[in-house]
Design a binder for this molecule. Structure first.
Ligand code: M6P
Ligand code: ZN
Length: 195
């Protein structure tokens, strides 16, 4: 994107920006080890290595003062009882926040901080979701039919720290059980902690 003020239109149908610089695509294999039901994950992989989510980013220098913005699209579906979700991450610069605006669909944001607080906050269409500094975040598509589409904005020097989440996941899981969206403790998280 240019080094002067600009605007970019989002498609009224899809929410995808008409121009973007980076296109990240994450498929099933990119979330290896992230879904709690390993058997269901392997079964899903036996089919197509399907697309779970895409990110359309407007690129700016990764320097303090700049903001990174763009749109993410999370496809609907389940792996076992678990909804399709992002990998999730802490920011490398922990004291940086992030803000989302939900354009389409319905979702939830799973968040936790190193102090041990955790929250799962609904993200209905039309809502702003604010992630304070220090909070790891994972977006979950809680619809089984619709895409979850949201705009994100965060400081360009934040960086992504995936390691902690990759090793033990988040403290909470968002599941679909008996026709309802439920939040449960993540057994793998406790196991990781006691090792
Ligand atoms: C959001 C933003 C991006 C992030 C993307 C995918 O749109 O937070 O910074 O990269 O989600 O999430 P993840 O990096 O956890 O796969
Ligand atoms: Zn982030």
């Amino acid at each position: 994107m240019p080094d002067f003020p600009f605007s970019v239109l989002l498609s009224p149908e899809t929410g995808i920006p008409e121009q973007y610089d980076n296109h990240i695509q994450r498929r099933l294999t990119d979330l290896h080890g992230q879904f709690s039901n390993q058997e269901a994950y392997e079964a899903a992989l036996a089919g197509e290595n399907r697309m779970l989510y895409e990110v359309f980013e407007l690129s700016r220098p990764h320097t303090p003062g700049e903001l990174l913005t763009g749109v993410s699209v999370i496809y609907p579906g389940l792996i076992g009882e678990e909804f399709v979700m992002t990998k999730g991450h802490f920011h490398e610069v922990l004291e940086t926040a992030e803000c989302y605006y939900c354009l389409q669909g319905e979702g939830a944001m799973v968040m936790e901080n190193p102090e041990g607080d955790c929250e799962v906050v609904p993200m209905p269409e039309g809502s702003i979701l604010y992630i304070p500094p220090r909070w790891a975040h994972r977006a979950v598509n809680t619809s089984l039919e619709e895409k979850l589409v949201f705009l994100f904005i965060y400081p360009a020097h934040s960086g992504h720290d995936y390691g902690t989440i990759e090793s033990q996941g988040f403290r909470k899981l968002v599941l679909y059980r008996d026709g309802e969206v439920i939040v449960v403790d993540n057994p793998r998280w406790s196991a990781g902690k006691s090792e």
